[in-house]
Design a binder for this molecule. Structure first.
Ligand SMILES: NC(=O)c1ccc[n+]([C@@H]2O[C@H](COP(=O)([O-])OP(=O)(O)OC[C@H]3O[C@@H](n4cnc5c(N)ncnc54)[C@H](O)[C@@H]3O)[C@@H](O)[C@H]2O)c1
Ligand SMILES: O=C(O)C(=O)C[C@@H](O)[C@H](O)[C@H](O)COP(=O)(O)O
Ligand SMILES: [Zn+2]
Length: 356
């Protein structure tokens, strides 16, 4: 078991990475012996619900699988379920599933009675390595990713890498893209580690999954502690590949291209654009593309069915933009991401028109 402490302003919590059974005591303590509501989806509950029930007394509330959960009607349904069970501000709700369940549940918990404690028990690689930590919550709206949300830090995160063994390969790969992101942002040694260990991690080597999750969570904790609510540009680096990526998800129709797939392709585009601007060596961009492609992740816009003309306006609506200026995470090389302020939209438009 490894434990990563997170400090986010006045919030402090632990992320426990290891078997769920070994974390049961922490869950029981936080539940004060009361039955907890678990927000989950039918597939995850059928596969792993028993393990959670063995750890804590709980009742499931179901939302749809995947990105479809992140919609207004399901937020309303959760609020109705919380009210129906008369949850109070001391009774935590559990988010048990991938990042979509976590984002929706975190938002509902943050809004209900102005804030219920939420415990994340992430079941996908993406959610364990990234989304369960840091307190970003959201639903999609008006065709845009994560348009409506708030910051609501969890009270506890329990990540059991063994749960990820039942993920289908496409979902696993999508999570791997966010893992690799942490090397590309500011940890070139971790990217080299991914090049060496990625294939075995993806093949099911649990110790490697645990190590990757621990390294990503520790890195995320650093960015979150430095800039809890994404205001100073430090946390924005976690958005590497996401300005392109979120636009790709929206332009393809939400849920068609998986978030992690869009992040992989978006990261390749961020490196290519940086190389084209003379910021980063073309060899680094090629190395990143090679790694994602070898894993089986999408690396070309041409192979992705979407409305290319929609990308620029969608990128113009990104949350990082300020005062009409496009702000984009670019890079000077592997492990050297930075937030670029005032990207020229003409250059970006020309790049997007021609990108492979
Ligand atoms: N809040 C954040 O900081 C943050 C960070 C990254 C991504 N996200 C969001 O997370 C979402 C993506 O999350 P995701 O990749 O976990 O996908 P997901 O939650 O949308 O769906 C995952 C899919 O995998 C299945 N699944 C989950 N766990 C499983 C398991 N153990 N075994 C078998 N199947 C399982 C689910 O049924 C579903 O079909 C996106 O909406 C993205 O925007 C949020
Ligand atoms: O935690 C963060 O900060 C991130 O940017 C992590 C991203 O992987 C994640 O996809 C996040 O939800 C994107 O946030 P958004 O602010 O761009 O909607
Ligand atoms: Zn992401």
């Amino acid at each position: 078991m490894s434990i990563v402490p997170v400090t986010a302003g006045s919030d402090h919590y632990d992320v426990l990475i290891g078997p769920l059974a070994d974390s049961a005591e922490r869950l029981r303590t936080i539940s004060w012996g009361r039955r907890l509501l678990v927000v989950t989806e039918p597939k995850v509950w059928a596969l792993h619900g028993e393990k959670l029930e063995a750890a804590v007394c709980c009742t499931p509330v179901f939302v749809p699988e995947g990105e479809d959960a992140k919609q207004w009607p399901h937020l309303q349904e959760l609020v109705a379920a919380f009210a129906g069970h008369n949850l109070d501000r001391k009774r935590p709700v559990i988010a048990f599933g991938g990042g979509s369940v976590g984002d929706l549940t975190g938002l509902a918990a943050g809004l209900f009675k102005r804030g219920l404690p939420v415990v994340h028990v992430p079941t996908s690689l993406l959610a364990q390595a990234d989304s369960a930590v840091g307190g970003k919550t959201a639903i999609d709206a008006e065709g845009q990713k994560n348009l409506v949300g708030l910051f609501h830090q969890p009270a506890l995160v329990l990540a059991d890498p063994a749960l990820t063994l039942t993920l289908d390969h496409r979902q696993l790969l999508a999570g791997y893209a966010e893992v690799v992101k942490y090397g590309l942002i500011d940890d070139p040694d971790f990217f080299t580690w991914c090049e060496a260990n990625g294939p075995a991690l993806l093949a099911g080597e649990l110790a490697l999954r645990g190590e990757a999750v621990t390294r990503c969570v520790a890195a995320k904790a650093r960015f979150v502690a430095a800039d809890v609510e994404d205001r100073t540009g430090v946390r924005a680096l976690l958005n590497l590949g996401h300005t392109f990526g979120h636009a790709i998800e929206s332009a393809a129709g939400l849920g068609v291209v998986l978030h992690g797939e869009a992040v992989a392709l978006g990261t390749v585009l961020a490196f290519d654009f940086s190389a084209q601007l003379g910021l980063c060596a073309a060899d680094d961009a090629a190395r990143v593309r090679r790694h994602f492609a070898a894993a089986g992740l999408p690396t070309t816009l041409t192979a992705t069915p979407l409305d290319r003309a929609a990308l620029l306006p969608l990128m113009g609506a990104d949350k990082k933009n300020e005062g009409g200026r496009l702000r984009l995470v670019l890079t000077r090389g592997i492990g050297q991401a930075f937030l670029s302020d005032g990207v020229e939209s003409g250059r970006l438009a020309a790049f997007l028109e021609r990108a492979a």
